[in-house]
Design a binder for this molecule. Sequence first.
Ligand SMILES: Nc1ncnc2c1ncn2[C@@H]1O[C@H](COP(=O)(O)OP(=O)(O)O)[C@@H](O)[C@H]1O
Ligand SMILES: [Mg+2]
Length: 487
Amino acid sequence: MRVELRDIHKSFGPVRANDGVSLTADAGTIHGILGENGAGKSTLMKVLAGILQPDRGEILLDGAPVRISSPAAAIRLGIGMLQQDPLDFPSLSVLDNFLLGSPGGLVLDRRRARDALRRLGARFAFALDPDARGEDLTVGERQQLEILRLLRLGVRVLILDEPTTAISASQRGQLFAALRAMAADGKVVFFVSHKLEEVQELCDAVTVLRRGRVAGEAAMPAETGRLVQLMFGQEPPRVTRARLPLGPPVLELADVTASDARLTLEHVSLQVRAGEVVGLAGLEGSGQRLFLHACAGLAPVTRGRVRIAGRDLTGRSYAQFLAAGGAYLPAGRLGEGLIPGLTLTEHAALAGRHGTLFVDWRAAARAAARHIGELHIRGTPRTDVQALSGGNQQRALLALLPDHVSVLLMEHPTRGLDLESAEEIWRRLLDRRARGTAIVFSSSDLDELLARSDRILVFSGGRVAGPLDAREATVERLGELIGGKGV
Ligand SMILES: Nc1ncnc2c1ncn2[C@@H]1O[C@H](COP(=O)(O)OP(=O)(O)O)[C@@H](O)[C@H]1O
Ligand SMILES: [Mg+2]
C-alpha cells in the first residue's frame, strides 16, 4: 500500500498545527516523521488515523482518494495507530484486549484466538501471557499487545507516535526488529519521533516537520547536520536589539558536575550577569533540563559550586534557591507549573503565602484580578487554570512570579504558543530583564535562541559547548554543535 497525504491543513484556534503538509510513503518502508515538539507530527498522524478531521487536504491509498471519518474507518482501510500508552481495557486479560474490535468480539473461539496471539507474538518475539491482566503489563508490553491486535485486524499501515518514550532498551530493540519485519512484509510503518538517532537507526526515509510545514525530506541514512538544520530551520538570525549594560554576576557555576537518572553534566562553568539572557540549545533531553535543575537546587551537584546572587547555594534546596531570588518555570505549564483543578485565585493564594497558614482569600482574589488585568489573561479569578489556553497559562505563570527575581530559569517559554502570544511573553520577559533579571532559557527554536539571547550554550548528549556570542552565532554553527560536531 502506498500512502499519500496531500496539502493537509489543520488548525486549533490560532495555531496552525498542520499548514499544507504533503508526503508519500511506499509499501515496505519505515517512514520517519521527525520534528521538535509542537512541529505538528501527532496532528498529522491523527489525521491519517481518522482521529482528527483535516480542515483541508486529501489522503490517497494506492492512488485512490479516501475519506477517513473515524479510527474505525481507518482500521477498515487498513490503517492503525498506536497510542503512546495504549491499553483500552486495563482490567481485561491480555487475550481479551487482543480480541477487541475483532469480528465476533469476545465470544469467538478463544482457543483459536489464543493460538493466533501466540503465533503472531512468536513472529516478533513478543512473549505475552494471554491470561495476564492488561493492567499488569509494562508500557512496552502493552505496546506489543496493541501492535499484535492491530495486525490481527488486518492493518497494513501502522503508525507509531513516539513509541520509545516509556519503554526499556531491550523492548526498544524488540520493537525496532518487529517494525523492520513488518516493513519487510510489505507494510508501511510511520515512525514519529523527535529523536534523531532513532530515526537514523530505523527509518528508510524521513519527512521533517517544522512549525506545521514540511521542512524537507531525506532518504536514509542522511547526514545528521542536514537533519538538524531541517528540524531547527535556517532563516538568517535577526539580532538587532541593543545590548543592555549588565549588572553583577547573579548566577555562577564553577566547574559543576551534576547528574540525574539519565545524564551527567561535567565541568560546566558559566557566569550570567544581571540583565543578561542566556539561551540553552540542543535536542530535547541533551542536558538542558539537568543544567537548569542543578542551578535551581533540584538536581544534586556532586562537584563544583553554584552561586545565586552572590550566595553559595551548592547542595542547597530549591526553597533556598527561591529565597535567594531565583525562579524556575518548567516546561510542563500544567502539572509542573500550575496545578490543574485550581483557579487563578487559588494559585494567587498559594503563591502569596509567605510561610503562614492563614489564607487571605480576598487578597488572593484581588491579586488574581490584578494579574488578569496586567497580563491580559483571558479568564476570571475563578477560572480553572486547565481551561486557559497555553498562552494564557504561560502569562499566569509569569504573573505568579515575585516582583523581584534575580535569576529566572525557563524551559521552552513559548512552546506551543501562536506567534502573537510568544511575542507577548517575550515582551514581559524583556521587561523583567530591563529591571535586572537574568534569564536562562532552553528552547527548541533556533530563531528564538538567536533572537533573544546574548549568549548561547549548546548541549549535545550531556556535553556542553560555548557559550557562544549570539550576535556571532549562525544557524549552521549551532546545528553542527547540536548534532555533536565539535562539542
Ligand atoms: N487538541 C489540540 N488543541 C489545541 N492545540 C493543539 C491540539 N493538538 C495540538 N495542538 C497544537 O498544535 C501544535 C502541533 O502539535 P502536535 O501535532 O502535537 O505536535 P508534535 O506531535 O510534533 O509535538 C502545537 O502547537 C500544539 O500545541
Ligand atoms: Mg506529538
